[in-house]
Design a protein around this ligand. Structure first.
Ligand code: UDP
Length: 365
């Protein structure tokens, strides 16, 4: 009945279904949740688009991807510039001259470089082997202690000395006064929310919500020649090799009777005592002027069955286990595994879109 059964109506599934539909294939998209858009889902509360599964700020350097998303939504000029609150001291992120000035009183890039060099020499790290060593050799011990260590350990639930350094390489270090969190050429938030964007991607494509693939596999499999699976790869195989670890996030969302709670969309709490990692004030993503505001406190936790998986834990142990599942996946006839959960990869939105576009392109007419 269909050429493709796409399991998951998140970005990977929606982009893949759009592309294949436009090539003339027939797609059915299913999702176990009662809504489309996966974790980029936004919901209107008090006239504010609330990022229900955590903040999603679109950024990319791929012109192809930027042009692609702009077909489905208009993007505003939002530039992410989070601030860190360390026991009441406020620092700009990512690490840049504003951060260095506040931390050490240095004014010029040369002074900042000298300060970091001095701390790097004192730490005596030649060849950083983990996130802790990488961070200290990049920005020195003071920034590591106040802005990195506790935030990272709260987010990942593991000591920084056991985490891979690539996690922190996402964060720029700049010797200019520039608080833009990303280095990418293009950045913004979909005006009106990402749900509308994904809705537009799925225009004219059949979507069934509240439909759990793994629970109804035998029946659903009959619908299509090929399955595109964007759920957790270990779950697909019934955890036969063991559980991959994920980090989950719990959000405490509140409507407040004030028009401006924290003066910024993202405030990170980088101390070890505050139990949440950050507070998102959603209206600031779209420069909202509503009378009320909606905030979400973000608590990070180890994933357990029944929770939503958010982040793959890319350490060595999980990497090896994933390789085993990947081999099984390669043998699985007529199934394509894609997306953050299907490929167990800490993908950004643009990279997921690119990977779905490339997959669709590789299939041809
Ligand atoms: N990070 C940090 N301090 C911060 C913000 C980020 O040390 O105030 C590090 C931390 O290791 C974290 C990584 O940068 O795991 C990526 O953080 P980000 O908030 O960008 O990740 P997201 O959840 O947005 O994907």
């Amino acid at each position: 009945m269909y050429d493709y059964l796409v399991v998951g109506a998140g970005l990977y599934g929606a982009v893949f279904a759009r592309e294949m539909t436009d090539k003339g294939y027939k797609c059915l998209v299913i999702d176990k949740r009662p809504h489309i858009a996966g974790n980029v889902y936004t919901e209107e509360i008090e006239n504010i688009n609330v990022h229900k599964y955590g903040a999603h700020i679109f950024h990319t350097s791929e012109k192809q991807v930027w042009d692609y998303v702009n077909r489905f939504a208009e993007f505003n000029r939002y530039t992410n510039a989070p601030v860190a609150n360390y026991k009441g001291e406020i620092y700009n992120l990512p690490f840049n001259m504003n951060t260095f000035n506040k931390m050490w009183g240095v004014i010029t890039p040369n002074e900042a470089r000298a300060k970091i060099e001095q701390q790097r020499a004192a730490a005596n790290i030649d060849n950083p082997k983990n996130l802790e060593e990488q961070a200290i050799s990049l920005v020195g011990i003071d920034i590591y202690e106040k802005l990195i260590k506790h935030y990272t350990e709260k987010q990942w639930g593991r000591p920084c000395s056991e985490l891979p350094s690539f996690i922190i390489r996402r964060l720029p270090v700049r010797f200019i006064y520039d608080n833009n969190y990303f280095n990418d050429l293009y950045q913004g938030i979909a005006i009106g929310g990402y749900t509308k964007m994904v809705e537009k991607m799925l225009e004219g494509i059949e979507v069934r919500l509240n439909t759990n693939y793994l629970e109804n596999r035998q029946e659903l499999e009959k619908f299509a020649k090929t399955v595109v699976y964007t759920g957790p790869i270990d779950e697909y195989f019934g955890y036969s090799k063991g559980h991959l670890q994920y980090r989950s996030v719990r959000f405490e969302t509140e409507i407040l009777d004030t028009d401006n709670f924290q003066g910024n969309a993202v405030v990170n709490y980088t101390d070890g005592d505050t139990p949440y990692t950050r507070i998102i004030e959603h209206k600031h993503f779209e420069f909202g002027t509503q009378q009320k505001t909606v905030i979400s406190r973000e608590y990070s936790a180890e994933w357990k069955p029944g929770d939503e998986p958010y982040y793959p834990v890319n350490d060595e142990k999980n990497g090896k286990l994933y390789e085993e599942y990947k081999k099984m996946a390669e043998k699985e006839k007529n199934v394509i595994f894609g997306g953050r959960l299907g490929e167990y990869k800490y993908y950004d939105m643009d990279k997921v879109i690119l990977s779905a576009l490339q997959k669709a392109e590789s299939i041809g007419k």
